[in-house]
Design a protein around this ligand. Structure first.
Ligand SMILES: [Zn+2]
Length: 426
């Protein structure tokens, strides 16, 4: 029995790269027959999906869909088929801080090492069912995310479709790593200041391939290490208008009320983290249509790295505060994007954000599933994906069981399809 299972494990591992190589780049016609289809909004038991080339051709009750000649039928018994999941906040060029601190990753790890790791992270993300990821900053790895995205798009390595931020923008002195005051060390993002400086930096990043501009509207800087606003209102306004002129949205890291307020007034698309948001600032976000990506899994992970024994020790103040502020955001009607700040914790473990939102933050499974599919697609302006609808990209994931009842079913990935090509079949 033991030998047998070992054999199956080994053959599975050997088979997968061949499967993806063989089928990648030449999608064909598939009829997918799961137990149910979650189309991005609701669950439809007994539905099936027809794929032609890289697109969804038809979706509906299985009895009404027939496989055309030459189509492959994939039976997915007991499984739910969903739109490919969309990660709202990742850093493929980072790995968990309990393995190597952020400072050491930025300062001691070579670009080659970081890129080699990132290729593995990209595969794990895809195999977890996340067919798209918003990757919000290379964190000192320069423009490596541009090449990573190209390698995925050219079919050289498996990975999600990426929206990349490249270097990200910080005000001088506000970011890290910081060593002695006597030495200048490479920073985890690009420093830019003043009207000319920020305009130039935004244009440089777009020129190199940034799909979105990431800006740190506040950060823990100075000797005390307390979070404080960084860029002025004028600088933030210019960052947003310069990016908008080229059709790029801006996303802002912000956790202080003032940083969030300035970013909101400037017109960013999303605010990342937002830990100390107040009812007033959330009201403003709602009025201006600014989205919150709360990244609850990141803080949860970091506190555990620092020694919080979750489940035994009392809940840290930072977690209590996070629960209060996220509740205030929801009460104000702020749109919520789903993203975990993956990289702080393991790539491929992306479902952790959804599980936490359901288990500890009062979201329903249906809410987070809508959020991570059609919700994120709509909030990020991705009109070609996020739902299972005729004409959209054939980015799909099948999981065992019913994630609308139990969100941990997302861990049981059985099929991953991207652009009509099968990347994983368990
Ligand atoms: Zn991040």
């Amino acid at each position: 029995m033991r030998l047998l299972s070992l054999f199956f494990t080994a053959s599975f591992v050997l088979l997968m790269p061949n499967l993806s190589r063989a089928q990648k780049g030449k999608p064909s016609t598939y009829l997918l027959r799961p137990a149910a289809v979650f189309d991005g909004q609701t669950l439809h038991p007994g539905w099936a999906v027809l794929i032609e080339g890289d697109r969804i051709k038809a979706v509906g009750p299985a009895a009404q869909l027939t496989a055309p000649a030459g189509a492959q039928t994939l039976e997915l018994p007991g499984q739910t088929l969903l739109p490919g999941l969309i990660e709202g906040h990742s850093h493929l060029l980072l790995h968990p801080y309990n393995e190597t601190s952020w400072n050491d990753q930025v300062l001691l790890e070579s670009q080659a090492l970081r890129v080699a790791r990132a290729t593995v992270h990209a595969r794990r993300t895809l195999e977890a069912g996340f067919t798209t990821a918003r990757d919000l900053g290379s964190e000192g790895a320069g423009y490596a995310d541009v090449g990573l995205k190209q390698a995925i798009d050219q079919g050289l390595i498996p990975g999600p479709r990426l929206l990349i931020a490249t270097l990200a923008l910080v005000a001088t002195g506000s970011y890290g790593p910081k060593l002695s005051t006597d030495v200048h060390v490479p920073q985890g993002a690009q420093e830019a200041d003043g009207p000319e400086g920020v305009i130039r930096a935004v244009r440089e990043q777009i020129g190199k391939g940034a799909d979105v501009i990431k800006v740190y509207a506040d950060y823990r800087w100075g000797l005390g290490g307390t979070a404080a606003p960084t860029f002025s209102q004028e600088e933030l306004n210019l960052i947003v208008t310069t990016a908008a002129a080229a059709g790029r949205p801006v996303v802002a890291h912000a956790s202080t009320p003032e940083g969030m307020r300035r970013a909101t007034l400037a017109g960013v698309q999303t605010i990342e983290h937002g830990d100390n948001g107040t009812p007033e600032v959330f009201k403003l976000m709602k009025q201006r249509g600014v989205v919150l990506c709360p990244t609850v899994a990141a803080g949860d992970a970091i506190l555990q790295y620092r020694g919080w024994r979750k489940g035994q020790d009392p809940e840290p103040e930072r977690i209590r505060q996070k629960k209060t502020s996220l509740q205030a955001a929801r009460k104000a009607g702020v749109a919520i994007a789903i993203g975990g700040d993956v990289g702080v914790f393991s790539h491929g473990d992306n479902a952790r954000e959804l599980e936490l939102l359901v288990r500890e933050y009062g979201f329903s499974p249906q809410e987070v599933l809508r959020g991570v599919t059609s919700g994120n697609a709509q909030l990020f302006g991705l009109t070609d994906r996020g739902s299972i609808k005729s004409g959209l990209l054939a980015d799909l994931v099948a999981v065992q069981g019913d994630p609308t009842q139990d969100v941990t079913a997302l861990r049981q990935v059985r099929l991953v399809m991207k652009g009509g090509a099968v990347y994983l079949r368990n």
